[in-house]
Design a protein around this ligand. Structure first.
Ligand code: NI
Length: 137
């Protein structure tokens, strides 16, 4: 019996959506205010969903304390109050759009969570704009 368990965490981070291969005019045309050079911030909400079998001995799919610790240590501590473009290595050469942040988070979690679980990442950049990524599973 497969069940999906979910945990929500929060982080604040700054970014700038900017393609260095383009000039300022083209960046502004495509990205608008998001390309302004002095960065802007978002209050990100992240929902991580793990799907797996219910363990008959515990009744759990995954220990939620363990999931909390993984998310705090490897995601929140990594991104919270950071300038994503400047402070976070995976965005040195990758535009820190919500899409790319979701992919980066999924890749980190895939290394930390056993492969018997499928992982889905839902990242809210605003209350109304959010992206989902599930790898190639
Ligand atoms: Ni933004």
């Amino acid at each position: 019996m497969k069940v999906t368990v979910c945990r929500k965490v929060h982080f604040n981070a700054a970014h700038r959506i900017f393609n260095p291969a383009w000039d300022d005019k083209r960046n502004e045309e495509v990205f608008g205010l998001c390309s302004l050079p002095h960065y802007h911030g978002h209050n990100y909400d992240l929902v991580v969903k793990l799907t797996g079998e219910v363990d008959p001995e515990t009744g759990y799919v995954f220990d939620m304390k363990k999931l909390k610790d993984i998310l705090d240590e490897y995601i929140v501590d990594r991104y919270d109050h950071k300038n994503l473009n400047v402070d976070v290595p995976e965005f040195r050469n990758t535009i820190p759009s919500a899409e790319n942040i979701a992919i980066a988070i999924w890749n980190i979690l895939r290394e930390k969570i056993e492969t018997c679980y499928t992982i889905q990442v839902v990242l809210y950049e605003t209350e109304r704009n959010f992206v989902e990524y599930s790898g190639n599973e």
